[in-house]
Design a binder for this molecule. Structure first.
Ligand code: SAM
Length: 292
């Protein structure tokens, strides 16, 4: 669709007029910072590579600013919004003229996404696009991956600092359990940063758009994903401690120092190494050896 024909909720005047018409006040507890910049929306839609064959899941449509763009580009859109006050706006006003959208008033963490993928896309992979509520970014992303729903990509606005953590490499201060979890399931690409002036109200942090492209096959092999993530979590719980001490101190793991020391020796790694120095492949090997 040509840019000049795009819907126009994405500016301060039109956003304010919808909010005033329905007497809506921003709900801080739901992380409501609505996008008011059409260029940013164009860039997000372009980055998500939505085609007329796609079924898109949008998390938190707000007043439908991005949803309108998605409806114009995709075959089918499912929009999950927790705030019930916004539902009449979406259904009776901003999305009323679109017949390819389903609006669900629910907490995204409680929705059966397998059923949605089945009903709306014959079980084929969904594309997810969102300007995420920042207070639950990590649970949402981890929930999407760990539920193993059919999923092609996730193109999302998040806090700039969180985007950096998702893409971080070993040995950096941003590197941690979130980096490893995201990089196990997907290829992360931070695409561009977004100034706070592009939102209403302005968030107190900078934002960035990141695309996570789901691997068809996991990029590394490990005998137990669950055990590997327990090891990763324990390794970063006490970041300044050596890996041996962090894992030994983790009460729910019950792995003794001698065992960890022996495995590090087998892996040719120094006994003083910290978790932040290990790659994903090394965490997989460490887990397999510790539990072999
Ligand atoms: N997509 C809109 C935009 O870009 O202008 C709004 C984005 S705003 C940052 C986040 C939206 O997510 C809000 O509409 C908020 O009510 C909704 N939200 C917050 N927590 C949610 C949850 N657990 N499940 C579904 N939606 C949620």
């Amino acid at each position: 669709m040509r840019k000049e024909n795009r819907p126009t909720l994405a500016n301060p005047t039109n956003t304010l007029s919808i909010l005033q018409k329905y007497d809506i006040h921003f709900q801080k507890r739901y992380g409501q910072n609505f996008l008011i910049d059409a260029n940013i929306l164009e860039n997000i839609i372009e980055a998500a590579q939505i085609t007329p064959n796609d079924c898109v899941l949008e998390i938190g449509p707000g007043i439908g600013t991005m949803t309108q763009y998605l409806c114009e580009s995709a075959r089918e859109v499912v929009a999950v919004e927790i705030d019930q006050k916004l539902i009449p706006i979406l259904k009776q006003d901003t999305l009323a003229s679109y017949h390819n959208v389903t609006i669900i008033n629910e907490d995204i963490l409680k929705v059966d996404l397998h059923a949605i993928a089945q009903q709306k896309n014959n079980g084929k992979p969904l594309k997810i696009v969102a300007n995420l509520p920042y207070y639950i970014t990590t649970p949402i992303i981890m929930g999407l991956f760990e539920s193993h729903i059919p999923l092609e990509s996730i193109t999302i606005m998040v806090q700039k600092e969180v985007a950096g953590r998702m893409q971080a490499k070993p040995g950096t201060k941003e590197y941690g359990a979130l980096s490893l979890a995201v990089q196990y399931y997907a290829k992360p690409e931070v695409l561009f940063t977004v100034p706070s002036g592009c939102f209403m109200p302005r968030p107190t942090v900078d934002s960035a758009v990141i695309k996570l492209t789901r691997y068809k096959e996991p990029c590394i092999r490990v005998n137990s994903e669950k055990q590997m993530f327990e090891i990763i979590k324990a390794s970063f719980n006490q970041r300044r401690k050596t890996l041996i001490n962090s894992l030994n101190n983790a009460a729910d793991l019950s792995i003794n120092k001698e065992r960890i020391s022996k495995v590090l020796y087998e892996m040719n790694l120094p006994q003083t190494i910290r978790g932040e120095a290990l790659t994903l492949a090394q965490f997989a090997q460490l887990t397999d050896l510790l539990y072999s």
